[in-house]
Ligand binder design. Structure first.
Ligand code: IMP
Ligand code: MG
Length: 173
């Protein structure tokens, strides 16, 4: 039977996003960064983050897929929707919901580097650091979380639970 247990409440997530935004605003002062969200999971985080950032910025999204319908990455990553505009000379900040094995982010960063941005940084709200298979640089980390499958705040299991305002551990799914 499925059971949801709250890991991080919406208020805690909100406070963390405010702190991340303060750091990002300071670091990118006087510039207009391009925030690239990795769909689908990052859309809730992106929406909250940019409204707190309150600075000149632009937003793009890509969709990468590796997961089938299970809880493990297949390891094979591909673009379901790529970038539509050039990033050459731009200050690019990748917005990720969660980094697990690191395979998705590693693939995406290699792709972005070849497109010659002026700078390239990563902001991830949740980090399952203990599950890393390939090292990836994360410049702004929200929460390091335990090795559990989590849903809510944009994250899904089989397209379910994205709407939950809290981050919850899904047991027995
Ligand atoms: P990675 O390539 O293993 O780092 O996986 C990254 C992607 O897997 C994330 O962007 C999520 O879409 C998905 N993912 C990893 N862990 C979880 C989880 O606990 N819940 C929901 N999705 C997850
Ligand atoms: Mg994701």
């Amino acid at each position: 039977m499925e059971k949801l247990e709250v890991l991080l409440k919406r208020e805690e997530i909100g406070q963390k996003i405010t702190a991340l935004a303060d750091q990002i605003r300071r670091d990118y002062q006087g510039r207009c960064p391009l925030l690239i969200g990795v769909l689908k999971g990052s859309f809730v985080f992106m929406a909250d983050l940019i409204r707190i950032l309150d600075m000149p910025l632009q937003v793009e999204f890509v969709r990468l897929s590796s997961y089938g319908s299970g809880k493990q990455t297949s390891g094979k990553i591909k673009f379901a929707q790529g970038l539509r505009s050039s990033i050459r000379g731009r200050d690019v900040l990748v917005i990720e919901d969660i980094v697990d094995s690191g395979l998705t982010l590693s693939f995406f960063l290699d792709y972005l580097r070849r497109k010659k941005p002026a700078s390239l940084k990563v902001c991830a709200l949740f980090d399952k650091a203990s599950r890393r298979e390939v090292p990836v640089p994360i410049d702004y980390i929200g929460f390091v979380i335990p090795d559990a499958f989590v849903v809510g705040y944009g994250l899904d299991f089989d397209e379910r639970f994205r709407h939950l305002p809290d981050l919850c551990i899904l047991e027995g799914g």
